[in-house]
Write a protein that binds this ligand. Structure first.
Ligand code: MEV
Length: 308
């Protein structure tokens, strides 16, 4: 059996503006992950078994634009495997779907690496990242590539679209509480709506994206200088700009207020928004209290992660 695993991710700063070339910061979240196991199948063809999404099917029965079919076929093409091999690909994931935690990119990265292991193919991170990005385009339309990049490299990144990846040196670890609204985040739709806003008044929205880019740059400095507390106010300002961009939601706003009133240093949505997860920067000693308050106010699930 060949196996591979990929972590979840959160965007700390810069979602949406990153699609327009501004920098963004993202970190892996190892508490949630996608695991892929590949075994030799019987007969012919590839069988998919993904119990978390209640999917059990032959690959050939999926539509040709299905992201799972697409990632498997693109990977086999890369390895010059033309005949359909007899395989069972089992996908197990603890990353909630459509929650801003990168479930789609994690599935792609884990499948690419498990197929490479199964066929004894060496594949470097750049190639994994490119293949996963091609599939992200099916999920999200015009993705920046930040999700597949942070998940492929599994390290904190300072990301600028179409620029070489820059990993972040975290001088002092910091603690984030992640809370799920339980509402599916319609990333394709929110990215499309921001595009419409921008098209209706590019001058105004370019300025907003500039402000978000400045926040991401300031946050990088804070992280690299070990001044993590400075990120609290930056998160609050980033959240206000995301609200202006119409990508927050009453449920996200409520969790942000609860996080702040229960002791967080700053809080914001993370990812596409309008659902999915929010993140709160906390002093380590406050993490449990903030997580409890969020659960008490309707969060579906919380994760406490230490970025280092
Ligand atoms: C989604 O995780 C992040 C967005 O900025 C979209 C993207 O970067 O492709 C909303």
């Amino acid at each position: 059996m060949s196996t591979a695993s990929a972590p979840g991710k959160i965007i700390l700063f810069g979602e949406h503006a990153v699609v327009y070339g501004r920098p963004a910061l993202a970190v892996p979240v190892t508490q949630v992950h996608t695991d892929v196991e590949i075994t030799e199948g019987q007969g012919t063809g590839i069988r998919i078994d993904a119990p978390n999404i209640f999917l059990q099917t032959q690959l050939s029965a999926l539509s040709s634009t299905n992201p799972l079919r697409s990632v498997i076929e693109k990977t086999l093409q890369t390895f010059s495997i033309s005949a359909s091999p007899a395989l069972t690909i089992r996908i197990l994931s603890t990353i909630p779907v459509a929650s801003g935690l990168g479930s789609g990119a994690a599935v792609s990265v884990a499948i690419i690496r498990a197929l490479a292991a199964h066929f004894g193919q060496a594949i470097d991170d750049e190639r994994v990242n490119q293949l996963a990005y091609d599939v992200e385009k099916i999920h999200h339309g015009t993705p920046s590539g930040i999700d597949n990049t942070v998940i492929t490299f599994a390290q904190p990144v300072y990301f600028v679209k179409e620029q070489p990846i820059e990993t972040l040196q975290v001088l002092r670890p910091f603690t984030i509480v992640i809370a799920d609204t339980g509402i599916l985040a319609p990333t394709r739709e929110s990215v499309g709506d921001v595009r419409k806003l921008w098209a209706s008044n590019p001058k105004r929205w370019e300025l907003v994206f500039d402000k978000i880019g400045e926040i991401a740059r300031a946050a990088r400095q804070a992280i690299q200088n070990g001044e993590w507390q400075a990120m609290g106010a930056l998160m609050d300002t980033n959240q206000a700009l995301l609200q202006e961009m119409t990508v927050s939601s009453p449920e996200l706003d409520k969790l942000v207020v609860v996080a702040k009133t229960s002791g967080a240093e700053g809080a914001k949505l993370s990812g596409g928004g309008r659902g999915g997860n929010m993140i709160a920067l906390v002093r380590p000693e406050n993490a449990e209290k903030v997580a409890f308050a969020l659960l008490d106010s309707g969060a579906r699930q919380t994760i406490v992660t230490v970025v280092q």
